[in-house]
Ligand binder design. Structure first.
Ligand code: UDP
Ligand code: MG
Length: 323
């Protein structure tokens, strides 16, 4: 039996690029089918992430034009990670393998052949890894590289230069469904599920149209989510730093006593001020980090749904004749 492949594509305000890339995804799907690697039941599944432009209309038109296109729409914008999860969870009971990819044409779709080959060779997860970032601007390259290095330093292990272009088998997705966190960072979660995995490298191109939704602010937010959802290392660093400051202050106490006994205690004003400023700064930062974890705990205990699907193209199609 040939595997059923679902290509899962999150789309947020992508009316410029979708008409260009959608046919490319379909062509790829049909080529893979004609090569006999995947079943004809395979589909291109778009996830509209609460777009404010014509994206959802375009997806519906695509679905009406060819049965290989499907679309689901989230009830509002929930962010890239949640959109990908919504698509994967929707696909997991209908297919054998999924490939998630951005809709802007930056990720080389020809890498899909190698991903499917790796699956056919027995891998359950195949990570797409960027071979180079030549086409990215210096700023994007620098911030993206700092992102991975910072994550690694903070104990959040992710596959280097891997974004959300990856193949995951339905079997792994069933297990991933058991990871109930609301604070979602798929790149870190998928490796935690385990199973046999490999990487496939590809060149990353420029966006075909439209503009990036990941400015520095969102990258920092994603890094924070990644770190706090995968690791408690920052909390340990605080403890380590506290121990260090306590040791230093031990010498400070000795110095203060010696100074006081020698009758020169009034001169300590400047050093006292510095120490108070330093320690209160450290305490505030530490409180902030601890607060970040408490906030995340608060969001987790509420167990709110991670995505809400408001429309599906195939349901709309089934309802149509009734009305
Ligand atoms: N995206 C989404 N929801 C959002 C922001 C982005 O579904 O709130 C999608 C977007 O349509 C694209 C993918 O996530 O398919 C990656 O976004 P983008 O290309 O803007 O990020 P970059 O490649 O610049 O990091
Ligand atoms: Mg992009």
């Amino acid at each position: 039996m040939k595997p059923v492949l679902y290509i899962v594509i999150p789309c947020y305000n992508e009316q410029e690029v979708l008409p260009i890339t959608a046919p490319q995804f379909l062509t790829k799907l049909l080529v893979l089918r004609d090569l006999g690697k995947i079943s004809d039941e395979s589909r291109v599944l778009f996830v509209n992430d609460g777009s404010r432009d014509r994206t959802w209309e375009i997806i519906r038109e695509l679905a009406a034009s060819d049965p290989h296109y499907l679309g689901i729409s989230q009830s509002r914008n929930r962010g890239h990670q949640n959109a990908v999860l919504a698509g994967l969870m929707e696909a997991k009971d209908r297919c054998d393998i999924t490939i998630s990819i951005d809709c802007d044409g930056q990720d080389d779709i020809d890498a899909m052949d190698r991903m499917v080959d790796a699956y056919l060779d027995g891998c359950e997860v195949v990570y797409g890894v960027r071979a180079s970032r030549r086409t990215d601007t210096f700023f994007k390259r620098f911030t993206a590289q700092s992102f991975y290095k910072f994550l690694a330093a903070m104990g959040a292990e992710v596959v280097y230069n891997h974004a959300d272009y990856r193949l995951i088998s339905a079997r792994v997705l069933q297990e991933l469904a058991g990871f109930r966190e609301v604070n979602l960072f798929l790149r870190g979660l998928v490796p935690l599920v385990g199973f046999k995995s490999t990487t496939v490298s590809y060149d990353r191109a420029e966006r075909l149209a439209g503009k990036s939704h990941y400015p520095l602010r969102k990258m920092i937010a994603l890094a924070m989510d990644g770190i706090t959802s995968l690791s408690v290392k920052p909390l340990r660093l605080i403890t380590g730093f506290g121990v260090f400051v306590a040791l230093v202050s031990f010498f400070g106490v000795v110095w203060a006593i010696v100074t006081a006994l020698s009758g020169r205690s009034i001169e300590g004003w400047a050093s006292m001020t510095c120490i108070v400023c330093f320690v209160s700064g450290v305490q505030l930062i530490s409180l902030g980090i601890i607060g970040e974890y408490i906030g995340k705990t608060y969001l987790e205990v509420k167990q709110r749904p991670r995505y809400i699907i408001s429309e599906r193209t195939w349901e709309a199609a089934e309802e149509a004749p009734k009305s």
